[in-house]
Design a protein around this ligand. Structure first.
Ligand SMILES: [Zn+2]
Length: 155
């Protein structure tokens, strides 16, 4: 018996293939619908070739089964819109607010985007120690914060 292709919602993005029985369970749970089927049936359904999910799921690094976005350097830059958290200019580097040498962790709440000038001026100090002021407080982003267009692509 062949597998069934599963597309992400509203896309032709193939997420994976699932065994037929798994596909039927998805149809019964109404999390997916048939987009292509064989001529015969399987129980009450046409035997599916391909399904499409009802809800868009985030994939690759963004996708986390807890629904939370895993911390990443590129995610920090995206969250802060590639702007330096100290001076607002374009940023391509990240800064640990409490520096690693003082026990600061690599987490959403302790890392901000920073330009290399501010990064170099701050060195291994906290903003208070360096006399620098954060223009916004780091936060844990939702998928919608990082990918607003994708997150709104729902049916
Ligand atoms: Zn800066």
């Amino acid at each position: 018996m062949t597998n069934v292709i599963v597309y992400n919602a509203g896309t032709k993005e193939v997420l994976h293939e699932v065994p037929l029985k798994h596909a039927i369970r998805m149809l019964d749970r109404k999390v997916a619908f048939i987009v292509d089927a064989h001529e015969d049936t399987f129980g009450p359904h046409p035997r599916p070739k391909a399904l499409e999910l009802v809800k868009y799921v985030f994939t690759k690094w963004l996708y986390d089964t807890t629904g939370r976005v895993p911390y990443s350097r590129s995610g920090v830059l995206r969250r802060d819109k590639h702007s330096c958290a100290y001076c607002g200019r374009a940023a391509v580097t990240i800064d640990h607010v409490t520096p690693r040498c003082q026990g600061g962790q690599s987490t959403w709440l302790n890392v901000v985007a920073a330009c290399s000038k501010c990064n170099g001026a701050k060195k291994g100090r906290t903003p208070r120690q360096a006399g620098m002021k954060l223009q916004w407080h780091p936060f844990e982003p939702t998928p919608a914060d990082l990918f607003p267009r994708q997150a709104s692509r729902r049916r």
